[in-house]
Design a protein around this ligand. Structure first.
Ligand code: HPA
Length: 274
């Protein structure tokens, strides 16, 4: 089988050829509710994932599986609409393939978005939350397996996964559009089941503010490759046991759809400044 580095290079070459841009600067992974964002941007070039070799097809609702390329300010931005999740059964290499392709295509800045359950006090459905750090409680290592030194070191440092200077830019963009941006630690569960109330009590005891089923694989792969990372989460529900009722996938999607316009306003202000 062709090695990972070769397959990533091949995918990055297709993106360069199809977009006419030899490199990109910023990649944005669009989670639940943000799938419509690229349609609001002028002159975005769309490439279906199926046209990019080895890009996995997303199965989660609202994840279309299209890459978009657009210039925002001085940045050539690649938007990945749709991601795959560990709960869909993919191994680490597949989970992180699209993100690694983008970094190899030049993106030194990675912006990740997701939907999450809020477990810290004061983080309510509809809130946008800047992720300051994460806890990987999934039992999955996104870097498991052979390491290719051309991509990054065997034992990468994880001290500042979410780059402080990018967090400052996100705070500034939020202030500019008059939006409150909360902050917190994201805990990654494997899913696809939502957590039990006992698990959420544990998450709170461990210092988590948000729980979710994505983002950590991409953030880890990006740091492995030396890229800077910013992650913004939309809290779509209070986590299990905290709201006195059950959680449904429908409420997650409805809340994400309702928040799309605010996410868009924030990104319109933020992305050109990165
Ligand atoms: N738990 C895990 N993932 C989620 C949640 C949740 O409560 N809400 C949205 N994604």
């Amino acid at each position: 089988m062709t090695g990972l580095h070769e397959r990533l290079t091949r995918a990055a070459d297709v993106i360069a050829r199809r977009t006419g841009r030899d490199r990109h600067d910023v990649v944005v992974v669009l989670g639940s509710g943000l799938g419509g964002y690229p349609q609001t941007l002028h002159d975005a070039v769309a490439i279906p994932y199926e046209d990019i070799p080895d890009f996995p097809a997303p199965g989660a609702p609202g994840h279309s599986g299209t890459a978009y390329s657009v210039e925002l300010g001085a940045n050539r931005v690649l938007l990945l609409s749709g991601r795959v999740h560990a709960y869909e059964g993919y191994p680490p290499e597949v989970l992180t393939f699209a993100l690694r392709t983008a970094v190899l295509a030049g993106c030194r800045k990675v912006v990740l978005t997701n939907a999450s359950g809020g477990c810290a006090e004061g983080i309510e459905p509809g809130d946008l939350v800047l992720i300051t750090d994460h806890i990987n409680l999934s039992g999955v290592s996104p870097l498991k397996g052979d390491n290719d030194e051309r991509l990054g070191p065997r034992f990468p440092d994880m001290t500042d996964v979410y780059t402080p200077s990018l967090r400052d830019k996100a705070r500034a963009a939020a202030a500019e559009v008059g939006m409150t941006l909360r902050e917190g630690v994201y805990l990654w569960w494997h899913g696809p089941m939502f957590e039990t109330p006992a698990e959420i009590r544990m998450a709170i005891a461990l210092g988590a503010s948000l729980v979710g089923m994505s983002t950590v694989p991409e953030a880890t792969a990006a740091r492995h490759m030396g890229a800077q990372v910013l992650a913004i989460s939309l809290c779509t529900n209070r986590a299990a046991g905290l709201a006195g009722r059950r959680i449904t996938a429908e409420e997650v999607i409805e809340c994400a759809d309702r928040a799309a316009a605010r996410f868009r306003d924030l990104f319109d202000a933020l992305l050109p400044t990165l």
